[in-house]
Write a protein that binds this ligand. Structure first.
Ligand code: G3H
Ligand code: 13P
Ligand code: ZN
Length: 334
């Protein structure tokens, strides 16, 4: 018997994205794989009264188990209510980078309220055909669908692309009309992971810190002109805070040339048509930095709560920062 997302207390992304577009802010798309990440997301979003899109990749679903994840999302709704004197916040459960119709259908049946079908590595025609099939199924269940046009460099789940291919503004009207997607992920220079640009693509400041090339706002603006008031999604939007990278490397890590998207560029995008911003790697860095610190400073510690607890606290701080200072989604929960 398929599970309806409403029965889990979840919401789809339709109103969330519409409100974000109208209010010139972006809803966070935060990825999670385990309890501490989910707790940190819910604590941060409840405290700041921000709507949130909980993202589960194909790999995360395999890692954590589909049944468990569904119940964790329902638990997140209850936990957010507990933290907000029963008011709650809008919470969507979203499949990140779905790569097949079957996976998207299974997520819809399991209670996801939103799915992404990432056909960006296919030919334009095949991307349309696959995305349309997913939309047809998802919309029968009131589940919203995110499609993608253009290729981000870096790793997208199991698919790795060397070079990014910017979204062509001349394709977006045709793609959105033919597929019926509810939102569109685009490629304007962001990429996945903690090494978003090669050092040779960057300048360096006097301290040797890498300064990445700016995002292609000209492409974003051209897309916006083609499809005004259509919700745009930005993947690969971690900023790779250098303080976290230093903490990791000072405590036994070895991250080289790690560089992300500067926050001022994300702030600017959130004020434009970008109304969902995906962040995963920064959370991974925050968690790893906190755990490495405990392991390095207290080598005799072996209670997981003693290192996962600080990791959760550091994650929560990071998410609150993103909500208040980058996405501007604070107090947008109603
Ligand atoms: O876009 C990719 C996300 O960061 C998910 O990564 O496939 O390793 O879970 P993952
Ligand atoms: P980051 O790797 O920049 O966090 O991007 C995450 C993402 O796009 C998830 O879909
Ligand atoms: Zn992504």
């Amino acid at each position: 018997m398929p599970t309806n997302y409403q029965s889990l207390g979840l919401t789809n992304t339709k109103d969330m994205l519409k409100n974000a577009l109208e209010g010139s802010y972006a809803v966070p798309g935060f990825n999670f794989n385990n309890m501490e990440q989910l707790q940190a997301i819910v604590m941060a979003c409840a405290e700041t009264k921000s709507p949130v899109i909980l993202q589960v990749s194909k790999g995360a679903r395999e890692y954590a188990n589909q049944n468990l994840l569904r119940h964790m999302a329902a638990g997140a709704v209850a936990y957010a209510k507990e933290l907000t004197q029963n008011q709650g916040i809008p919470i969507a459960l979203h499949l990140d980078h779905g790569d097949s119709l079957e996976l998207c259908q299974s997520c819809v049946d399991q209670g996801f309220s939103s799915v992404m079908i990432d056909g960006s590595h296919l030919s334009y025609e095949d991307n349309i055909a696959l995305t349309k099939q997913v939309v047809n199924y998802a919309h029968q269940h009131d589940v919203t669908v995110e499609g993608e046009l253009g290729v981000l460099s870096g790793i997208e789940d199991e698919v790795e692309a060397d070079k990014s291919v910017y979204t062509k503004p001349e394709d977006v009207v045709d793609f959105t009309q033919k597929t019926g997607v509810d939102s569109l992920a685009i490629s304007i220079g962001t990429s996945h992971g903690a090494n978003k640009f090669k050092p040779e693509q960057c300048e360096r400041n006097q301290d040797g810190v890498l300064l990445p090339p700016p995002l292609r706002f000209d492409i974003l603006e051209a897309i916006e002109q083609q499809i005004p008031n259509f919700p745009i999604v930005l993947h690969g939007s971690s900023s790779v805070p250098q303080g976290l990278v230093t903490t990791i490397n000072n405590n036994g890590g070895d991250l080289r040339d790690a560089v992300g998207i500067p926050e001022d560029q994300l702030r600017k995008a959130a004020k434009l048509a970008v109304c969902k911003i995906n962040i995963d790697s920064d959370g991974r860095l925050a968690m790893t930095a906190a755990i490495r610190k405990v392991f390095n400073n207290q080598p005799a510690e072996f209670d997981p709560r003693k290192y996962l607890g600080p990791a959760r606290e550091s994650l929560k701080e990071l998410y609150i920062h993103k909500i208040k200072k980058v996405l501007n989604s604070e107090n947008k929960a109603s």
